[in-house]
Write a protein that binds this ligand. Structure first.
Ligand code: CAA
Length: 381
């Protein structure tokens, strides 16, 4: 593939870089320390058109290509991985399911609100006993007249603290395994939906990860997304795309760790010369740079397939797995290059380390990515 970006894509990169440097960088440490949702930044992202980059203009979005969206997550995550995941979850799994599977009425009503940033979107799949085995989830949805009544609970819902809409997966058929799941658009404020405990996480502070409970929560039947029984398919299709966003987020963290480590190594002198001149350090940086480049190629390759409406499940899993492992390794090595300073909160590399870890876990653990890749290798999918 040709890693040449168009003029529009480069304009997107510059716009997001400027926004990240001028508006996000000054508050990134505060957001990490105080773990608050950056409402004003998200509002600004809405004004810049970032909350609906790949959503068609006819539904209030920016109508740009998928690669531009991935560029935005990549650039934003170099400064704040938390904003990267807020944007990725909002778009890939909070908004796209409506674009791809919604009725015309659902699209007309919800997409302009989500694409403008007036609404923040979230995705509610995981349950206390259904993580990797998403198809075994137990939240029930029973049809009653013109409504569905939802009962059950969800955990680890990114953006859930502030979300206006949740794409919720629930069981409409007890005996049909993963073919018995359906998807619903559930609005914040619906009676019976309660926003539960906010997690105290190792990193990714600001993105507000919460539990949800549904207690006789009545959702209009018109908010069923797709057909009954299509829920698992909808979840998998959107996770395939979402994982490219997590790859881009991981790439941003890895690149930032590399840049900080290179700068520090050039400026730090020991035994009479800069530590960059020791192979012990320069080899580390060379390995980091190589893995960052590999992550970039995999991520933009998966984005390119998606953009051209080609099958991208295997490639998005490869990109997510490789880029998140690279982010973790790059952050670990960056701390090593910084030595004792890297272990303190005075430098951002310890935040990169804390933020990187979850990229190996969410939107499917890296073990699950290997299952997805393996099944394709053996022709099982
Ligand atoms: N793409 C397309 N289709 C897929 C697919 C994929 N990646 N994975 C499975 N499917 C399809 C299969 O082709 C199969 O279709 P048919 O029935 O038509 O043949 C069907 O789904 C069932 O497949 P499996 O038998 O392989 O299903 P399984 O129950 O064994 O599980 C799994 C498959 C890959 C392990 C899946 O459960 C999975 O991806 N689990 C991880 C869940 C996950 O990613 N959770 C993330 C939560 S959201 C999040 O983290 C967001 C956030 O907050 C940041």
């Amino acid at each position: 593939m040709n890693l040449q970006f168009t003029e529009e894509q480069e304009m997107m990169r510059k716009m997001v870089r400027d926004f990240a440097q001028n508006e996000v960088a000054p508050v990134v440490e505060k957001m990490d320390r105080e773990d608050y949702f950056p409402r004003d930044l998200v509002t600004k992202m809405g004004e810049l058109g970032l909350m609906g980059i790949p959503i068609p203009e006819s539904y209030g979005g920016s109508g740009m290509d998928f690669t531009s969206y991935i560029i935005a997550i990549h650039e934003l995550s170099k400064v704040s991985a938390s904003l990267g995941v807020i944007l990725s979850v909002h778009t890939s799994v909070g908004t796209n399911p409506i674009l791809y599977f919604g009725t015309e009425e659902q699209k007309q009503y919800y997409l302009p609100k989500l694409a403008s940033g007036e609404y923040v979107g979230a995705f509610a799949l995981t349950e206390p006993n259904a993580g990797s085995d998403a198809g075994s989830l137990k939240t029930k949805a029973e049809k009653r007249g013109d409504s569905y009544i939802l009962n059950g609970s969800k955990v680890y819902i990114t953006n859930g603290e502030v979300a206006d809409t949740f794409i919720v997966f629930a069981r409409t058929d007890r005996d049909a395994g993963n073919k018995g799941l359906s998807a619903f658009i559930v609005e914040q404020g619906t009676p019976g939906l309660e926003i539960g405990k906010k997690e105290n996480k190792m990193g990714m502070n600001g993105s507000g990860t919460v539990a949800l409970s549904f207690d006789a929560c009545e959702v209009p039947a018109s908010n069923l997304l797709g057909a009954e029984g299509e829920g698992f398919k909808i979840a998998m299709a959107n996770l395939n795309i979402g994982r490219i966003g997590i790859a881009a987020q991981s790439l941003g963290i890895a690149e930032a760790a590399l840049e900080h480590a290179v700068d520090y190594a050039k400026g730090r002198e020991q035994f009479g010369k800069s530590i960059a001149q020791y192979q012990g350090i320069s080899f580390k940086l060379a390995d980091m740079a190589t893995a960052v480049e590999g992550s970039k190629l995999l991520t933009y390759h998966a984005a390119n397939l998606r953009e051209n409406n080609k099958e991208c499940g295997k490639e998005s899993s490869m990109a997510k797995k490789f880029a998140s492992e690279t982010a973790m390794k790059a952050a670990t090595e960056a701390i090593q290059v910084f030595g004792g300073y890297g272990y303190t909160e005075d430098y951002p590399v310890e935040r990169f380390f804390r933020d990187a870890k979850v990229c190996e876990i969410y939107e499917g653990t890296n073990e699950i990515q290997r299952i997805v890749i393996g099944k394709q290798l053996f022709g099982e999918r």
